[in-house]
Structures are given as structure tokens and as C-alpha cells.
Design a protein around this ligand. Structure first.
Ligand code: GLN
Length: 187
């Protein structure tokens, strides 16, 4: 299994460590040439969605990547990655790759109380630790989107076909459940 990790900004190294702990190979995507490498799936890390969005455009990665996602490249986006994939952002003018049929709310928990940790069920995999950092949540989903986790009544993980997103950061805990779920999706 070969996973590309978008490595422009944010917490990408932590994703690579999770993948390696699960025996999956990964490589960093930093420039156009990297997109030509064989890839079973892509991870878009947390960080700052506006910065990553701008860098995608500046580096000429935006359109090729969007086309690959539209053609079915499996993807896992965490936090800012969720915002990059969302078709709609309720409180932001910007749209990014816009391949996932959800409406996200940016910095949804407020600036002061935006970071917290909890434990909650994920899909059919039991309870897992969830770390939120100035996180979005998903306010509504399209008909083909499966909700995988909610916290306090808000959707914090979802899947549409081979696109997986979490509002929290599984790569910042020691828990491999969500990354294993993503790798299972690729089989
Ligand atoms: N608030 C950030 C954004 O808007 C996301 C935060 C994160 O990825 N931890 O992109």
C-alpha cells in the first residue's frame, strides 16, 4: 500500500508515522511531479485550510489534484483537510477542492474553547480518543454521505464513497483506529 501525504503545511509527519506503524508506505506530496507517483490513497493533514489552499494554487497542484479526486482517488482529510474537501463552508467565502458533499463550519467551536479532547465511538470500531484543535464540524451532509461519528450532536467524522474526513486529529493520539479504517477502505 502506497499513500501520498500532502506535505505543504500542517501535521503531515504524524500521519506518516501512523501509516508506518500500520505497515503502509507513504511519500510526501510537495510538487507537481510527486502526483505522478503511483498512489493507492491520499491524506490531507490538519493545519490551516486557507494556507494549504493557497499553496495548492501557487504550486500548480490544485487542478490536477482535484481531477484525481473527481476520478476516484481515495482520500482521508483531517480538520483543515476536511475543510479543503468540503463542497460548502457555511461561514467562509472560500471553496477549495470541493469533492465531498457536506457543509462544514470553520472554527466551529470558537477561538477560545476551540481545542479539547474527548472519547467517543467511531463507525463500528468502538470508542476512540479524539483531539480537536480549532476544529470544524459538519453541519449537514448530502444523501450519499455516511456519518461515522458525532460529538455533542455535531458530526465530526463522515465518509462518502472513498472519501473519509474527521474534524479531529487521530494522528495526534496513539490510536491507529481511523488510519486502519482508511487503509481498510482501500482494499
Ligand atoms: N481552523 C483551521 C482551518 O480553518 C483548521 C484547524 C486544524 O486543522 N487543526 O483550517
Amino acid at each position: 500500500m502506497q499513500i501520498g501525504v500532502l506535505a505543504l503545511q500542517g501535521a503531515f509527519i504524524e500521519h506518516e508515522q501512523m501509516l508506518s506503524a500500520l505497515g503502509a508506505d507513504s511519500f510526501e506530496i510537495r510538487q507537481l511531479a510527486d502526483l505522478a507517483r503511483p498512489m493507492d490513497g491520499l491524506i490531507i493533514p490538519g493545519g490551516e485550510s486557507t494556507v494549504q489552499g493557497k499553496l495548492l494554487h501557487d504550486l500548480g497542484l490544485f487542478e490536477p489534484l482535484q481531477k484525481m479526486l473527481q476520478a476516484g482517488l481515495p482520500v482521508f482529510g483531517t480538520c483543515a483537510g476536511l475543510l479543503l474537501l468540503a463542497k460548502h463552508i457555511a461561514n467562509d467565502e472560500r471553496r477549495h477542492l470541493a469533492t465531498l458533499d457536506v457543509t462544514a463550519v470553520r472554527n466551529a467551536y470558537g477561538r477560545q474553547l476551540g481545542s479539547f479532547h474527548t472519547v467517543s465511538p467511531f463507525a463500528d470500531r468502538g470508542e476512540i480518543p479524539m483531539t480537536f484543535i480549532r476544529a470544524p464540524y459538519i453541519a449537514s451532509v448530502g444523501a450519499n454521505v455516511e456519518v461515522l461519528a458525532t460529538v455533542d450532536g455535531h458530526i465530526v467524522a463522515a465518509r462518502e464513497g472513498k472519501q473519509l474526513v474527521t474534524a479531529f486529529h487521530p494522528e495526534l493520539t496513539g490510536d491507529l483506529t481511523v488510519h486502519q479504517y482508511f487503509l481498510d477502505m482501500l482494499k
